[in-house]
Design a protein around this ligand. Structure first.
Ligand code: HEM
Length: 384
């Protein structure tokens, strides 16, 4: 998409796409402006009647819409406040050993040739979040199916195909809701040292989460916390193998792994686009966007904006400063950023420590089927 972004930044940095009935925003400053002004750009799709098509049979939107991700302040701050402490860098760093242990177990099982996605980058973050929540890891295959469905892009051309796509989405939401409702019941009766128990008890300014909000939060974590981190690990490895000698630079300390991970986040951003709805008419990039319109803020384009970054289309492992927008910006800045960074660092570090050479097996890489998640389905590697 990067060539297309470049053209758009130059010729139509803010534009209306009549086919999708959406506005697109491509330049760094404009994308940041959208994310930084939550009063003008609502994160709640219901603001303009979006999301109705995925309502269940009772006309209720799925619980994931009752989460911080789709809420504006002050509601947003209440929902985020209840769980924020569990995701602070300090709380997350305490889990480093556990994450390392999980990672090592996956490495033990690797063959000389393996698929990075299915053998490590996907299962490890799912295990981590499942363990944090208190969900049995045996249910992992189910989570994979759920999250695959939720990020799917409708390829439907006929009404019947579209209906079947929406049906699958609704069914998945329903399965996830039932699953987490029953897990919450179990924990109410028998509290454990896990996140589900903690959010049942958590209180901010006298507020507790409703049952629906808890279910929404659990589903949000599973979805937000796994596809994204999987693709960070894989995309970073793709960046790293493209530069010969880089692994040795990491091992000798000449180049910081963490700095290179930030650059991978910028260069191959796992989340390419975010969605907002205007609350009033707004001038942006020389266009007037009316109230109640859907706006797509292209993070992937902002991160390649030549107005912001030198050599934007080059992967520069020691790039600093690096103010990429890959975790968003402002109110909704990714809650899981410290966890995602730690997981990626541990996964890549462990691979580097254990194997002398890591190289891609030449194959056609197939992009993930999603309009806003960027990554590949499989990434075969050869190790020695
Ligand atoms: C929000 C990206 C990993 C939980 C966001 C947003 C982005 C993002 C761009 C902003 C959404 C918006 O403004 O509408 C990423 C990327 C990740 C990652 C690229 C991995 C590389 C995680 C993980 C978790 C997580 C591991 C949790 C376990 C969340 C939550 C929000 C969020 C709860 C909503 C925050 C709010 O609305 O206040 N993420 N994320 N993310 N992320 Fe992440």
């Amino acid at each position: 998409p990067f060539g297309w972004y470049r053209e758009m930044r130059a010729d139509s940095p803010v534009r209306y796409d009549a086919d999708r009935e959406l506005w697109d925003v491509f330049r760094y400053d404009d994308v940041k402006y959208v994310l930084d002004n939550d009063g003008l750009f609502s994160a709640d799709p219901a603001t303009a009647g979006f999301g109705e098509e995925i309502a269940d049979s009772e006309g209720e939107p799925p619980p994931v819409f009752d989460t911080m991700l789709f809420a504006d302040p002050p509601e947003h701050d209440r929902l985020r406040g209840v769980v924020a402490e569990f995701f602070s860098p300090r709380a997350i760093n305490e889990q480093a050993d556990r994450i390392r242990g999980l990672t090592e177990r996956y490495l033990d099982d690797l063959n000389d040739e393996f698929d990075l996605v299915s053998e490590l980058a996907y299962p490890m973050p799912v295990d981590v979040i499942a363990e944090m929540l208190g969900v049995p890891t045996d249910d992992r295959a189910m989570f994979k199916r759920w999250s695959d469905t939720l990020i799917e892009r409708p390829e439907a051309t006929t009404e019947a195909e579209m209906e079947s796509f929406q049906q699958r989405q609704r069914e998945t939401q329903r399965e996830m809701s039932e699953y987490f409702s029953s897990l919450i019941e179990t924990r109410r009766a028998d509290p454990q040292d896990d996140l589900i128990t903690a959010i049942i008890d958590a209180e901010v300014d006298g507020h507790r989460l409703s049952e629906r909000e808890m279910v929404g939060f659990c589903t949000l974590l599973l979805v937000a916390g796994n596809i994204t981190t999987t693709n960070l690990i894989t995309n970073a490895m793709r960046c790293f193998t493209s530069r010969s000698g880089l692994f040795d630079e990491f091992r000798s300390g000449e180049t910081e792994l963490s700095t290179a991970i930030e650059e991978a986040l910028r260069y191959r951003s796992p989340v390419q686009a975010l969605f907002r709805v205007t609350t009033e008419p707004i001038d942006l990039g020389g266009r007037e966007i009316p109230a109640g319109e859907g706006v797509v803020a292209w993070l992937g384009s902002a991160n390649r904006d030549e107005r912001m970054f030198d050599r934007p289309d080059e992967f520069v492992p020691d790039r600093q400063p690096n103010q990429h927008l890959s975790f968003g910006y402002g109110t909704h800045y990714c809650l899981g950023a410290p966890l995602a960074r730690l997981e990626a660092k541990i996964a890549l570090e462990s691979l580097l420590e254990r194997f002398e050479t890591i190289e891609p097996v030449e194959t056609d890489l197939r992009p993930i089927r999603s309009s806003f998640i960027y990554g590949v389905e499989k990434y075969p590697l050869r190790i020695r």
